[in-house]
Design a protein around this ligand. Structure first.
Ligand code: MRU
Length: 312
């Protein structure tokens, strides 16, 4: 990904420590957060220094190379956030490789390189869907920041740049991950506009959205999927307005052990994230970080292996 004209990744391992672009500080500042033990990696995941399922998985893979008992590190990392499947996939991968006597740093590097390559292939597979001047709506951030490089939902858009796509960016309350998406698109010179989350239906009904592409945090065996809160309503609106709705995700996000979205655990975060911007303080708020979209709303899932037709 380009950061002020320079190629960068959202996280990397250097001199025995994990370095991450601190996504809490973006887009105002590009600051690097350094995690030199597993507790700091766990903190970075829990407090959203790093966001997005594949990137969280990659951070956890490097967390597993830090000093400490393997089982304890695995338990700590898995306790940070419950919804994104990549976290569990990455930790289990590392436990297995370490158990086989493989060098942990080498195994983590291989895991991260494979995620990056999978995202690149998602971009190649998905770019074929994008026609000249298409107006594409996305929700949350499923770009390079969320996946170390390329992105999932943003990878096809990046790779189809010559088609001059236009991107509608939902701002994504309460943590405003849409701003991260807008920042990435600006870095890449791709035209876009941020909209309040509740404006998406308006533009869909007016015929100004040609396609929706979102990422995913966990996909069940029947293709129901969890993604950032607000995704479900976009999917329902897309179907109502006859707009193709695509999910983009690597194999690491698929959880074949659960039959449907009903079994996905939805993280509920501190209500302060919702209340923080209000000039007057209501006593209570609810803050589910994700929702589940039933498979019947999905046109297809763009993966590194190709596009799964769910409801063509
Ligand atoms: O809670 P976050 O910021 O970690 O949210 C995760 C996401 O970025 C997404 O839901 C995204 O759309 C899927 S992961 C590429």
């Amino acid at each position: 990904m380009l950061v002020n004209g320079r190629e960068m990744r959202s996280l990397w391992f250097e001199d025995g420590v994990l370095k991450l672009i601190d996504q809490r500080k973006l887009p105002a500042e590009v600051e690097i957060f350094v995690a030199d033990d597993v507790e700091k990696v766990a903190y970075a995941i829990r407090e959203m220094v790093v966001r997005g399922a594949p990137a969280i998985g990659c951070a956890a893979a490097y967390g597993m190379v830090m000093d400490g008992d393997v089982a304890k590190k695995a338990m700590l990392l898995k306790s940070t956030r419950p919804t994104a499947h990549d976290l569990f996939h990455a930790v289990d991968y590392m436990v297995e490789k370490i158990g086989q006597g493989k060098d942990a740093v080498k195994a983590a590097h291989e895991y991260v390189e494979s995620i990056i390559d999978r995202c690149r292939r998602i971009g190649e597979n998905g770019r074929k869907l994008i026609k000249k001047g298409m107006r594409i709506l996305t929700h949350c951030n499923a770009g390079a920041l969320a996946t170390v490089d390329y992105g999932t939902a943003l990878a096809p858009i990046r790779m189809a740049k010559e088609m001059q796509p236009f991107v509608w960016v939902d701002e994504t309350r309460p943590r405003l991950q849409g701003l991260l998406t807008a920042w990435e698109l600006e870095q890449e010179g791709i035209e876009h506009a941020v909209i309040a989350d509740n404006a998406a239906g308006h533009f869909m009904r007016k015929g100004e959205v040609d396609m929706v592409i979102v990422g995913a945090d966990r996909i069940a065996a029947n293709y129901d999927f969890a993604n950032k809160i607000g995704t479900y309503e976009k999917a329902v609106l897309a179907k109502e307005n006859g707009i193709p709705f695509y999910v983009a995700a690597p194999i690491s996000t698929f959880d074949k052990s659960i039959r449907s979205g009903e079994e996905i655990k939805i993280e509920e975060r501190d209500m302060e994230e919702v209340l923080g911007i209000y000039p007057w303080r209501p006593k209570k708020a609810r803050n589910p970080a994700f929702d589940v979209t039933p498979a019947k709303y999905i046109t297809g899932i763009i993966t590194e292996e190709g596009i799964i037709e769910v409801n063509e």
